[in-house]
Ligand binder design. Structure first.
Ligand SMILES: *[C@@H]1O[C@H](CO)[C@@H](O)[C@H](O)[C@H]1NC(C)=O
Length: 855
C-alpha cells in the first residue's frame, strides 16, 4: 500500500515536472528586443465571457483580467469555469495576444484550479488535480486548425470543468506605461456531437541516458498500432536543451512515411503534418530523438527539470466518433532492429532560424550571411504558407452523398444549374477479366448495365433529382456536360463517346465503333474523357488507356485533328502521354489541360492548334495524377493516385493557382478515405466533388472560409499594429521586417495533452519494472535501471496540493480509453487492407505498344 501511495506521489510529481517541461524550453528564449508597447491595451470581452450563438453553439472568452506584469518572464494564470454541465466540443480557438509581450499561452482544462483569485503567479501551480493542456499559442510557429467536423471533448465526464489560462509575458519593457493586458483565447464550443473526435498520441522515451560529452545519442520509440484508423494532422516535439532533432514516422511493410520532423529548439508548438498520414491497424509508429551530451559533465537522464532531458513526440489526430479514443501512448521500443532503416534525415539536425537564435541567445553574430539569406527565404516561405491558410477546402461532413448506393464512380460533372451529375458503373466492375490483351472487352455476355448510370443530384442534400443512362453502357468512364446541358460520356468497353440529352433515351451522337478498339479517325482505344468548347462547340476526346492522343472533332462529330504521342523512354517530353485520363477546358485562355495520369502531371495545350503551352507537375502529385478540373477565376483542382510502396506522396486533392501553377491547398476526406479518387469537379464558389472508383463514393468539399467568424471583430491586432509600426523608427522597422517577419503573423497552435496519461505511464513503468524485467536483453536492463533512477529522483521531491480523490476519479474514467491497447474494435480496418482483385484494374492498365495510327 505504501508503495502504491509512493507511486501516486511520483506520478503527481512527474505531472508537475511535465508542466515545467513545457515551460522551460520556451523560457530559455531571451527577451525579444522590442520596445514597443502592448497592442491590446483595451480589454474587450472580459466582462461578458460567454457569447451564445444559436441553440447549441457558444463562444467562451478567456482573457487575462487586465494585468500588468511586474517582471520580465512572468507567468500569470487565471481560470474560467465551463459555463455548462454536460459534455461539449471545442471546435475552434481564436487567440488574442500581443506579439510584443506574450511569448506563449497555454490553456489547460481541469477540475480544480490552483487558486480562486482572479489571477495568480503560475509558480503557485496551475491546477490542483490533473490538467489537460487544451491549447497552445506560440509566436514564430505556424497555425494549426481543427479540421471541420473535428472537436475536442470537454465537460461532462471528461474532467475539464475549468479552463486555466497561462500567459508567459516576455519583455516587461512594453509595460513601462503601466497599461493593462488582456491577452487570451476565445473558444468556440458546441453541444452538437461531432462526427470526428480529436485526440493525442504521445510517444515518449523513458529510458534514455546521455553520457557526458557523447556527441550523438539516439532515443528510439516504437509501438504497434492496434486500433481503428486515425488521421494525423499535427505534431509537436519536445526535449530540453540537448535535443537536436526529433522525427516521427509511420512504418508500414518496412516503408517509412514521415509524420513530422522538427528541431526541439524551435518554438515547441504544434506543427501541421505536411502530408496527411493515416494510421491503420498493424502499422508501426516510430520516433527518434537525437541528443548530444556535449557540454555536460555528468550523465543526463529522462526527467522533469531543465537539467534532465525528455524525448517526446506528440501526435494530434482525429478518429470517427464511434471508435474514438482520446489518448494513446507509446513508451517502448517494440523493434530496435527496425531503426537500422530509419531515413537518414532523422539524424540530421535542423538549422534554427536567426530570429529564434536571437531570441534564445540575444545576439546575431553567429549567423553567417549565407545562412541569413537562406533563413530569410525560409521565413518568407513560412509567411506565404500562413497567409494561404485564409483559404482552405474541407469535407462538408453533413453532406449525405456518402450514403448513396453507387457502383464504381468514374465520372463527375456539374450541369448548367450546378447540380452534380454522377456517372457510375452500376453492378459492373473493371477488373483483370474485363479485357483481353488486345483491349477487346470480354464480358459482353453480361449485357449493358441495367441500372441508370447517370444520376443528377441536388448538390446541397444529395437527393436524386433525375436519372438516366440505363441499358446503354458496359464500363462508364468520363463525363462532361456542355453549356446546353448535354451529357458527354465515354465507355472504355465500347471504345465509344456518346452525347446524350438530359431527357433523351437515345444518344444524340456516337463517336467510335462499338467494342472495336483502334487508333484511326473512327476508332478509339478505351477513351477516357470529353471536353466541349463552349464558344466553338468543338469536341475534344482524350484517347485513352491504349492510345496517347487528344482528338478534336467538329461540333457535329467530324474528325478535325489530333495531337500527342506515346511516352518515350526517359523523361516524358511535352506532348507525350501515358494515359491522358481527364480533361479540363480553360475557356478564358482557350486552353485544354490534360491529366497525364501515369506521368503524374498536367499538360496544357492551345485549343485551336494543340500546341503545348505548359506543364504543371509537383512532387506532391506522386507518380499518378488522375483528374483535373478548372474553375473560372483561375483555380485548378486535381486528385492524384495512391502512393507506391515506399513513397511518401499521399493521395489527396489539390487546389492550384492556375496562373502560377502553385499548390495553394490540399485536402482529404474526413469520413472514409480516398482509395482511387477518379474524377473531380469544382464550381466557382469552390464547392468541390470527388468521385472514387474503389471507395464507390462521392465526397463534397467546401471552402472553410465561412466557418471563421467568431470574435473576428474583436481581433484588433492588425490595424493597431499598423499604427504602431508607423510610430516606430525606421531602423527598427527594417530590422523587424528582415529578421522577424514571421512573428508579425498571428500564429496559433492547439493541443490537448493528457497529463493523466503521463501519470499512468509511470504506473506502467513501475509495473513493468516489477513484472516484465525478467527479460534479459541489455536494453531492458537499461530501461530498468534508468527508470528506477528517475523514479528515485522524483521520489525525493516534495509534492503539495495533491487531491487523491480527484486523481482516482479521473483516472478511472480514462483508464479504459487510455490503456485498453489490445482492443480489437476496429472492425473496419480490413476494408483498408484492399479489396484484392479490383484494386488491380485501373492501376495496372499499362500503356501498350503504339498501335499504328492509320492516319
Ligand atoms: C494567382 O497568383 C497570382 C500571382 O501571385 C495572383 O495575382 C492571383 O490573384 C492568384 N489567383 C488566384 C485565383 O489565387
Amino acid at each position: 500500500m505504501a508503495g502504491f501511495i509512493n507511486n501516486l506521489l511520483i506520478l503527481l510529481l512527474l505531472f508537475q515536472n511535465i508542466c515545467l517541461g513545457f515551460r522551460s524550453p520556451l523560457s530559455v528564449f531571451k527577451r525579444y528586443k522590442d520596445t514597443s508597447r502592448s497592442l491590446s491595451s483595451e480589454c474587450l470581452g472580459s466582462d461578458q465571457p460567454v457569447i451564445s450563438f444559436g441553440l447549441s453553439d457558444f463562444a467562451l472568452d478567456i482573457r487575462m483580467p487586465a494585468v500588468t506584469p511586474k517582471q520580465s518572464d512572468t507567468y500569470l494564470c487565471m481560470s474560467v469555469p465551463l459555463p455548462v454541465n454536460d459534455e461539449a466540443y471545442v471546435v475552434d480557438f481564436k487567440p488574442h495576444a500581443s506579439m510584443d509581450t506574450v511569448h506563449h499561452m497555454l490553456l489547460f482544462g481541469c477540475n480544480e484550479p490552483s487558486s480562486a483569485e482572479s489571477y495568480w503567479d503560475c509558480d503557485e501551480g496551475t491546477c490542483k488535480d490533473k490538467s489537460n493542456i487544451l491549447y497552445a499559442w506560440a509566436r514564430n510557429a505556424p497555425p494549426t486548425r481543427l479540421p471541420k467536423g473535428v472537436g475536442f471533448r470537454v465537460g461532462g465526464e471528461t474532467g475539464s470543468r475549468y479552463f486555466v489560462l497561462q500567459v508567459h509575458y516576455g519583455d516587461i519593457g512594453a509595460f513601462r506605461d503601466k497599461h493593462k493586458d488582456c491577452s487570451g483565447v476565445t473558444l468556440h464550443l458546441t453541444h452538437q456531437k461531432q462526427p470526428l473526435i480529436a485526440g493525442m498520441y504521445l510517444m515518449m522515451s523513458v529510458n534514455t541516458v546521455i553520457p557526458p560529452g557523447k556527441k550523438v545519442v539516439n532515443a528510439d520509440i516504437a509501438c504497434h498500432y492496434k486500433r481503428s484508423p486515425m488521421h494525423l494532422f499535427a505534431y509537436r516535439v519536445h526535449t530540453h536543451r540537448l535535443g537536436k532533432v526529433v522525427s516521427g514516422y509511420r512504418v508500414r511493410n518496412g516503408q517509412w512515411t514521415l509524420i513530422g520532423r522538427q528541431s526541439p529548439q524551435l518554438p515547441q508548438a504544434f506543427y501541421p503534418v505536411k502530408y496527411p498520414v493515416e494510421i491503420s491497424y498493424d502499422d508501426m509508429l516510430a520516433a527518434r530523438c537525437v541528443f548530444s551530451g556535449e557540454g555536460r559533465t555528468t550523465e543526463t537522464h529522462i526527467g522533469g527539470t531543465a537539467n534532465d532531458e525528455m524525448c517526446n513526440f506528440y501526435i494530434m489526430y482525429y478518429m470517427e466518433a464511434k471508435h474514438a479514443v482520446s489518448y494513446m501512448t507509446c513508451t517502448q521500443n517494440a523493434n530496435p532492429e527496425m531503426f537500422r532503416n530509419i531515413p537518414q534525415e532523422a539524424n540530421i539536425p535542423i538549422p534554427v532560424k536567426s530570429d529564434v537564435l536571437k531570441m534564445m541567445h540575444g545576439h546575431h553574430e553567429e549567423t553567417k550571411d549565407s545562412d541569413a539569406s537562406y533563413l530569410l527565404q525560409q521565413a518568407k516561405k513560412e509567411e506565404a504558407e500562413i497567409l494561404d491558410q485564409d483559404f482552405h477546402i474541407e469535407e462538408a461532413v453533413e453532406w449525405p452523398g456518402l450514403d448513396l448506393k453507387l457502383g464504381q464512380v468514374s465520372g463527375l460533372a456539374l450541369d448548367p444549374e450546378n447540380n452534380l451529375v454522377v456517372f457510375h458503373r452500376g453492378d459492373h466492375v473493371w477488373d483483370e477479366n474485363s479485357f483481353d490483351s488486345k483491349f477487346v472487352y470480354q464480358q459482353r455476355g453480361l449485357g449493358p448495365i441495367e441500372q441508370n448510370t447517370i444520376l443528377v443530384l441536388n448538390p446541397s442534400n444529395a437527393n436524386v433529382l433525375h436519372s438516366t443512362g440505363k441499358s446503354l453502357f458496359y464500363l462508364p468512364h468520363g463525363l462532361s456536360i456542355d453549356k446546353n446541358g448535354n451529357y458527354w460520356v465515354t465507355d472504355v468497353a465500347l471504345h465509344q463517346v456518346f452525347k446524350l440529352g438530359a431527357n433523351d433515351k437515345e444518344p444524340l451522337l456516337i463517336l467510335g465503333v462499338a467494342l472495336q478498339p483502334g487508333s484511326d479517325k473512327n476508332h478509339f482505344c478505351q477513351p477516357t474523357d470529353v471536353a466541349v468548347d463552349p464558344v466553338t462547340g468543338s469536341i475534344y476526346v482524350s484517347d485513352g488507356y491504349c492510345n496517347s492522343r487528344i482528338i478534336q472533332f467538329s461540333p457535329n462529330g467530324q474528325y478535325v485533328m489530333q495531337w500527342g504521342e506515346e511516352t518515350s523512354l526517359g523523361k516524358p517530353r511535352p506532348g507525350q502521354f501515358r494515359i491522358p485520363h481527364s480533361l479540363a477546358l480553360i475557356p478564358d485562355l482557350s486552353q485544354l489541360c490534360v491529366a497525364d495520369r501515369e506521368n503524374g502531371r498536367i499538360q496544357c495545350f492551345r485549343l485551336e492548334t494543340g500546341e503545348f503551352t505548359r506543364e504543371i507537375k509537383h512532387k506532391a502529385f506522386g507518380r499518378e495524377l488522375f483528374a483535373v478540373s478548372y474553375v473560372p477565376g483561375g483555380l485548378l483542382f486535381a486528385v492524384n493516385g495512391m502512393p507506391y510502396p515506399g513513397e511518401a506522396e499521399s493521395v489527396q486533392g489539390f487546389v492550384m493557382n492556375f496562373s502560377t501553377g502553385e499548390i495553394i491547398d490540399t485536402f482529404i476526406p474526413l469520413r472514409k478515405s480516398f482509395e482511387m479518387p477518379h474524377d473531380i469537379v469544382a464550381s466557382e464558389d469552390r464547392t468541390v466533388f470527388v468521385g472514387d472508383v474503389h471507395a464507390k463514393a462521392v465526397w463534397k468539399f467546401a471552402s472553410a472560409e465561412k466557418s471563421e467568424t467568431i470574435a473576428e471583430a474583436k481581433l484588433k491586432n492588425k490595424p493597431e499594429s499598423t499604427d504602431l509600426l508607423k510610430n516606430m523608427d525606421k531602423q527598427h522597422l527594417v530590422q523587424q521586417a528582415s529578421s522577424t517577419g514571421v512573428s508579425f503573423v498571428l500564429i496559433t497552435t492547439l493541443l490537448i495533452i493528457p497529463v493523466v496519461v503521463l501519470l499512468a505511464i509511470l504506473v506502467f513503468i513501475r509495473w513493468r519494472k516489477t513484472t516484465v524485467y525478467g527479460d534479459n536483453s541489455d536494453g531492458e536492463h537499461k530501461l530498468d535501471s534508468s527508470s528506477g533512477r528517475i523514479l528515485g529522483r522524483l521520489r525525493g521531491k516534495g509534492g503539495g496540493g495533491i487531491n487523491l480523490g480527484n486523481f482516482f476519479a479521473s483516472h478511472k474514467g480514462y483508464s479504459r480509453k487510455g490503456f485498453d491497447r489490445l482492443s480489437t474494435e476496429g472492425s473496419d480496418q480490413e476494408k483498408d487492407e484492399d479489396d484484392g482483385t479490383d484494386s488491380e484494374e485501373e492501376c495496372s492498365a499499362s500503356p501498350l505498344p503504339p498501335a499504328p495510327s492509320s492516319s
